[in-house]
Every structure is written in structure tokens, then in C-alpha cells.
Design a binder for this molecule. Structure first.
Ligand code: M6R
Length: 365
């Protein structure tokens, strides 16, 4: 059932090209129009909406952070992203002009479901992004986007995350085009690029040796830090969660600009720092952050777009993702982080698919 792989997690990491293809292809017709069958939001509905609230837990929350970026960028609607267990208890401002998006692989997470009910009660229109047809969250939502990732068995979410990202991009692009906040030229460019992702992910997955060697050297760390800016920071959070949940190494992700405000105090000789630097407009700033942690003895693994080799002068190791639009990098940049977390956990002899204390789906609060 693991198809020759040692664990479900690595099998599912390698299923990402297929999962991406199956999530994207049925949604784009031959006229390059996005077809979201289970979403009935019309242009008029969208005009009424003045706020989007994205709520989720764990990995799905991290997809929601990228969703905020995509919707604000393409559809120009203000977006808040919150963890479900916080959202429900803060008497959030939601009304009938709010579009509430619940993101949940399983569609059964208790806090996400409770948040959805609360938003519905306050009059919001509810859209669910989920991987499970017929799940509770899908049944209670007004609109649904199914991520066709296929069953995800490993507790650590991988292919669900990358397909959730794609869902967020497709929803944002569709809204943007309907609202006229994105030009057709830009829409086509982003959508065409998204269509190349199954292939680009495939290419990225062929190169795991460097990451495996890195894991074999770095598996004994006590602390790991992930730094990035903008959407790279969101991906860093996902990379950090992946590592801590399966390897039991303490890890933390912070916005690189926040380093100086506290966390840099923890960087010492040999501390592993994973630095994401995929964004052109933030690249120089990231190079400075890398130099700062290097000066304190950190061992830096940088993730950058291919061609941006200047980073090799500051980082100890550079991992490259295929060239793509800056807006879309998370779908690709998370893949090396998943692989690194996996091989570190394997090197530590951990039960990768069933980490201690964790359940695949958290159906109690
Ligand atoms: O099924 P859901 O997407 O609602 O699950 C949310 C989280 O429990 C889940 O993403 C969790 O954080 C994973 N173990 C992360 O790998």
C-alpha cells in the first residue's frame, strides 16, 4: 500500500505532481477559464463582499496565510487569516458581507467546524476548501473547493498543503477576474504558470540527494530556525511545523525582519537556520539576514530560485527551486522543506507516519 516507499509521508510527497495536476486540470477549460463547479459565488455576490476571513488549523492555516496574500493581491479584498481555536473565542467581526473560508484537509477538524458555524450564524457566506468529499465541513458550507489530493494517510500533511495553495490561487484569480481587479494578461500569465507546476514539482523531486546528505549531517540539532519574508515566511512556518511534528526537534519560524527583535539571541555556533529567499524584491534583505545569522555562527541552508546563485556566497548550502513567478513560489519552495524534515526524522529513527501525541484529524477541541 506504500507503493515501495518506506513511509506514507514520502509517498505522499512524491504524489504531489499528480495531486497538483488533478487539482488544477479539471478547473481550467481550454479557453483558460477557471471553472469552480461547487462554488456558486456570482459577480454580484462578490461585489457585496467587503472582507474575507480565512480560518484553519496547523498546515491548513499556513495555506490560509498564502491565501490571504493571493486574495489581497489578485482580488483586492481585505483578508484576515486566523487559527480556528482563536477565531471562535474572540467575538470576531463577521457579518453578511463577509466571505468566510474554512481550509481543512479532513473536513472534520472540531475547531474549524465550530468557527464555520459561528461565522454562518453571523451571516457570512461560507466556502470550504477540503480534501474529503462528504466531510462535515463540506456539508455545512455554502460553496466547496475540493483539493483532489487523494487520501492523505501520514499525520504530517504534505500533498494536502500544496493543493490547498493551488485552491487559494485559483479562487483568488477567479475572484480577481470577476471583479476586474486583475488584468486578463496577468490572469493568463499566473494561470499558465500554475499549469506548469506538476512538471516543476516533478523536476524538484528528482533532486533529493543533497537534502538527504544534509539531513544525515544535521539530524542532531536541538533547535532549528526558519526565516523568510512575505510568503517565504508563511512557507517557513510550514517547514518548521513539518520538522517539529515528525522529528521532535524544537523549531521555530520567524519573519526574518523580526530576528533582531529577539530571536537572534538564540543563534549560536552551528545552529541550523533555513532561510527562504525566493522573492526578488526581498532578496537583498534576505542576504543581509543570512549574513547576520552567519556572523553568529549559524549553519545556513538557503532556498532560492534557480539562477540566483549569489546566495552561495552567504549561505552554507543553497537549494534551488525551478524559476517561477514570485507570487507562486510557496507551492515549490515547501517541497525541499518537506523532504528535509522527512529525512531528518528518518535519521533520528522516528515513527514518521505516526508521530507521538498526534492524530491525523483533531475532532475534539
Ligand atoms: O484536517 P485539517 O486540515 O483540518 O487538519 C488541520 C491540522 O490538524 C493539520 O494540518 C496538522 O497541523 C498536520 N499534522 C500538519 O502536518
Amino acid at each position: 500500500e506504500k507503493g515501495g516507499y518506506q513511509h506514507f509521508m514520502i509517498k505522499e510527497i512524491y504524489e504531489q505532481p499528480k495531486a497538483l495536476k488533478e487539482t488544477i486540470s479539471p478547473r481550467v477549460n481550454n479557453k483558460n477559464e477557471i471553472v469552480l463547479d461547487d462554488i456558486k459565488l456570482t459577480k454580484e455576490d462578490l461585489e457585496k463582499i467587503n472582507k474575507v476571513v480565512i480560518v484553519a488549523c496547523g498546515t491548513a492555516y499556513h495555506a490560509g496565510l498564502v491565501g490571504r496574500y493571493a486574495i489581497e493581491k489578485f482580488a483586492k479584498i481585505p483578508v484576515e487569516t486566523d487559527v480556528a481555536s482563536e477565531f471562535r473565542y474572540r467575538d470576531p467581526f463577521v457579518d453578511d458581507r463577509t466571505l468566510f473560508i474554512a481550509v481543512s484537509q479532513s473536513g472534520e477538524t472540531a475547531d474549524t467546524l465550530a468557527a464555520l458555524r459561528e461565522a454562518k450564524e453571523k451571516g457570512a457566506r461560507v466556502l470550504a476548501v477540503t480534501n474529503v468529499v462528504g466531510s462535515r465541513i463540506s456539508r455545512e458550507a455554502d460553496d466547496v473547493f475540493y483539493t483532489w489530493a487523494g487520501p492523505e494517510i501520514a499525520v504530517a500533511s504534505t500533498k494536502a498543503y500544496t493543493t490547498q495553495l493551488v485552491a487559494m490561487y485559483l479562487i483568488a484569480l477567479d475572484m480577481g477576474l470577476k471583479k476586474g481587479t486583475i488584468t486578463k494578461g496577468k490572469y493568463d500569465a499566473v494561470l499558465n504558470e500554475l499549469k506548469t507546476f506538476p512538471e516543476k514539482a516533478e523536476k524538484l523531486l528528482q533532486d533529493k540527494q543533497l537534502l538527504q546528505e544534509l539531513a544525515d549531517k544535521q539530524f542532531n540539532n536541538q533547535n532549528v530556525f526558519y526565516i523568510g519574508r512575505g510568503i517565504d515566511d508563511h512557507v517557513g512556518r510550514e517547514g518548521s511545523l513539518k520538522l517539529k511534528e515528525i522529528s521532535y526537534i524544537h523549531s521555530e519560524a520567524i519573519a526574518a525582519g523580526e530576528l533582531k527583535h529577539g530571536t537572534i539571541a538564540l543563534i549560536e555556533e552551528g545552529t541550523l537556520v533555513v532561510a527562504l529567499a525566493t522573492q526578488d524584491h526581498l532578496y537583498d534583505k534576505m542576504l543581509s539576514n543570512i549574513k547576520e545569522v552567519k556572523a553568529r555562527g549559524a549553519y545556513v541552508v538557503a532556498v532560492a530560485k534557480e539562477g540566483n546563485t549569489e546566495i552561495e556566497k552567504s549561505a552554507d548550502i543553497a537549494i534551488y527551486i525551478p524559476n517561477t513567478l514570485d507570487e507562486l513560489t510557496p507551492v515549490l519552495s515547501v517541497i525541499p522543506l518537506q523532504i528535509l524534515a522527512y529525512y531528518i526524522a528518518v535519521a533520528r529513527g522516528c515513527d514518521v507516519d505516526k508521530p507521538k501525541n498526534l492524530a491525523k484529524s483533531v475532532t475534539v477541541e
